[in-house]
Ligand binder design. Sequence first.
Ligand code: CUA
Length: 154
Amino acid sequence: MHMHKYEKIWLIFGGITLIVFLSVIGVSAFAMGHHPPSDMTTIDPEKVKETAPFDDPGLKKIGDNEYEAVMVAQAFMFGEPLEVPKGATVHFKVTSADVVHGFSIPGTNVNMMVTPGHINTITHTFDEAGEFLIICNEYCGVGHQAMSGRIEVN
Ligand code: CUA
């Protein structure tokens, strides 16, 4: 079959456009499915409870009004409520024992994804006293709406 030169060019152009389009979609789908957390430290999600520091979760004082909060997010909780003094800087170290969860503290800029297999970190200084909620903002199952934690700042 003989094709006109321009038809051929347009066909090739169309083909290339389609390939580029599909690769962009494929690459972004891949990137979304493998969203790299801010901290790339990895952990075996099957062994969270045997792996330090998650074998002993909770609040640890690491400096002058500076704390490390080690937390395991799992369906459908964040662990024990935390209590810190006003002005405390808290370094959150969070992993998931099951699926992807959200970790957001309304009224602050704390908002991250908690991905199984990774140690996700975020730091916040609580300059004001009050009660703060940790909420899960990634759909994680039937108990998602009820998944929350609490931080008391005194
Ligand atoms: Cu955990 Cu939604």
